[in-house]
Write a protein that binds this ligand. Structure first.
Ligand code: 6R9
Length: 645
């Protein structure tokens, strides 16, 4: 391991940063000693209509109740828009949009963004959307997605953004779960020179979504799409007819801001619910500290708004801080693998935040594509979504950042709302591959499988022992599932689902999921979801899905499939099943390997022993462990013999 490589904070980075080592330590101590006092100070990052007097009111016991700033009143869009316009930043660029096509880009100022948000907010009201109603957003990476989120927030509607790469079925089940009454989509999306048929997908999904009464369609590519009279509305025509002013709805700090569906180890994706005040404070606090954001800087997070990273670190955090945030429609390797670096030069990006999977893919292309661009504007580099291997970390540091830019490896989850463990660039020495130390107000711990807290340098299950403002509040309409999923494994503690190691310096190294959740190219997926897609195929009797090590994606998807009695395995059927899963869930869920399995290793009570399947997929068959409890130990030999790849 490279535990021993330590990269000290450079004095020029610490100077003028929001937090040097001393300041960070003071914050850490204060947040621990007096949480109410500490967060009472930090809450002033937002514009409140009525400042809260009650700060922290949380319990991880019993029914689990999490409330922050509960008597405060605010509308987050005022923090993200109005106050910047009123404070003299109206003409500053809020969003730089860089299209899939390198020749297309645009700039939107804070004043323009506020106006566009207000027009759409009025349009939503005009179509009958009220405070508390759910609105689903299914859009590509265009400015309209930020406008749509903020327009919902403006009127107190709850947005649920669904990643544009999801299939009609995945979209439909997310709409059905939260009973959205309105859908916002585009004619088509663009990615890597190809188009994505969003409106056609939406039409397909809406066949099974009777709650949706209206659809707003933005013209993105101009491609021809069907418009249903009375239901579908053209964005521009609709908004042109609306006033450019819309008063911000006063919201309680604990009123819902958004729902975002995420995969767990069992069942359907959960509707993670975030509320307004705590999430807002956490977004602004972490965005400024972790990226050491300074006024006037250009900040670029390459995530998609369909994931939590896009919510917190493309839209809410940067805009609350009055930043210029770059939104990129394209992909890292189109038209060629120099694209990221070209965009950095073109828009003079100072802070760049991406995923290890992209870094690994670009690393494979060598240094030449990077060297084609100067990257002189870069000051800070960030990583998110999965563990970054030290080799990729060092390449990012040496080649991309030329040893000038600190790397912030940020560990967090959809559920945590924002970053929990990460270096602060001016304060914390880095170790390649480690997310380093918790932020002020974050209390991680390691426990063994029996829930005993482990001390010192050790490895275990990662839990968080007390609440932080950005924490999810519940699973939409299923608080029981919230308690069950996060607070029952280790009662009284929030269980992250991740494993971690703590070294002798107290640094945290995230080792990956310890549950049945896969992380494929930074995309979270439940093995159960992929299995249920597979068994929905008429020829499949049974399926078990596990992760396998993958050089670029971090994890690949390995599926064991048992066919129905009369069915024969064939290359054709394998392709058909891959296409089937793509259609059922979306391209990100395509299996990398399918192994035909006449039988699966099961215990006598019928439980599939995934531990064994994971070992076979990883080709670690000499360490299978105890197989004596299997109902039929011979299936294991067959599976080993017919391993794929
Ligand atoms: C923000 C986001 C969460 C899961 C999480 C963990 C993995 C995220 C990481 C990381 C190691 C990091 N993860 N960041 N693992 N180091 N810096 O990705 O949210 O999509 O909910 O995924 O991603 O396993 O539990 P989400």
């Amino acid at each position: 391991m490279t535990d021993h490589t330590v990269i000290a904070v450079k004095p020029e980075i610490a100077a003028g940063s929001h937090a040097d080592a001393e300041r960070r330590e003071a914050m850490v101590a204060e947040a621990k000693r007096d949480p109410d006092g500490f967060w009472k100070g930090e809450m002033n990052r937002l514009a409140w209509m009525r400042a809260p007097t009650r700060i922290k009111n949380t319990s991880f016991e019993g029914d689990v109740s999490i409330k922050w700033f509960e008597d405060g009143v605010l509308n987050l869009t005022e923090s993200c828009l109005d106050r910047h316009v009123e404070g003299g930043r109206g003409d500053q660029v809020a969003i730089i949009w860089e299209g899939d096509d390198p020749k297309s880009d645009s700039h939107v100022t804070y004043r323009q963004l506020l106006e566009r948000v207000c027009r759409l907010a009025n349009a939503l009201k005009h179509l009958g959307v009220r405070r508390g109603d759910r609105v689903t957003i299914y859009l590509p990476m265009i400015v309209e997605s930020a406008v749509a989120m903020l327009a919902c927030a403006r009127i107190g509607a709850v947005h649920s953004v669904v990643f544009g790469g999801f299939s009609p079925d995945s979209l439909a089940s997310r709409i059905q779960d939260c009973e959205s009454t309105l859908l916002i989509t585009a004619d088509e999306g663009r990615r890597g020179g190809r188009t994505v048929p969003l409106k056609a997908n939406a039409d397909e999904a809406l066949k099974s979504c009777p709650t949706v009464r209206n659809v707003i369609v933005t013209r993105n590519t101009g491609g021809k799409v069907a418009m249903q009279d009375g239901r579908d509305h053209d964005w521009t025509a609709l908004c042109d007819a609306q006033s450019a002013e819309c008063p911000a709805e006063p919201m309680g700090a604990e009123d819902p801001l958004f729902i975002l569906y995420t995969s767990g180890s069992t069942g359907k994706p959960k509707g993670v619910l975030h509320t307004t005040g705590g999430y807002g404070v956490w977004s602004a606090f972490t965005h400024e500290l972790v990226f050491d954001y300074r006024p006037g800087e250009v900040y670029w997070c390459t995530a998609d708004v369909g994931w939590v990273t896009g919510h917190t670190y493309i839209v809410y955090g940067p805009l609350a801080n009055g930043a210029t945030t770059l939104m990129f429609e394209g992909v890292p390797n189109w038209p060629d693998s120099s694209r990221f670096w070209q965009v950095i030069d073109k828009h003079k990006v100072n802070i760049f935040y991406t995923a290890p999977t992209a870094i690994r893919a670009l690393m494979r292309e060598g240094e030449a594509p990077v060297r084609k661009a100067s990257r002189q504007s870069l000051r800070i580099l960030g990583s998110v979504g999965e563990p970054i291997n030290p080799e990729a970390w060092l390449w990012y540091y040496r080649v991309v950042g030329e040893e000038r830019c600190p790397i912030v490896d940020t560990w967090w989850q959809t559920e945590t709302g924002g970053i929990l463990i990460s270096p602060l660039p001016g304060a914390v020495a880095q170790k390649p591959g480690s997310a380093t130390l918790p932020l002020p107000g974050v209390f991680p711990a390691l426990v063994d499988n029996d829930g005993n807290t482990l001390e010192g340098a050790t490895e275990g299950n990662l839990v968080i022992t007390d609440s932080w403002p950005g924490q999810m509040r519940t699973v939409f309409r299923d608080h029981e599932r919230f308690i069950q999923t996060y607070f029952s494994t280790f009662p009284g503690k929030y269980f992250t689902g991740d494993g971690a190691r703590r070294d002798e310096d107290g640094y945290w190294w995230i080792t990956g999921r310890v549950d049945d959740v896969l992380n494929v190219s930074g995309h979270r997926m439940g093995t159960a979801e992929i299995e249920s897609a597979l068994v929905a195929h008429p020829k499949v009797a049974e399926a078990a899905v596990v992760g396998m090590p993958h050089e670029i994606k971090g994890q690949g998807i390995y599926a064991y499939v048992t066919l129905k009695l009369d069915e024969e395995p064939s290359e054709e059927l394998r392709k058909e099943l891959v296409a089937w899963v793509r259609k059922e869930i979306g391209p990100i869920a395509s299996p990398d390997a399918i192994q035909w399995a006449p039988g699966l290793p099961k215990t006598r009570s019928g439980k599939i022993m995934r531990r064994i399947l994971r070992k076979i997929a990883a080709n670690e068959t000499d360490s299978l462990g105890d197989t004596s409890t299997l109902a039929d130990p011979t299936v294991v030999q067959d599976l080993i013999g017919n391993r794929v790849g």
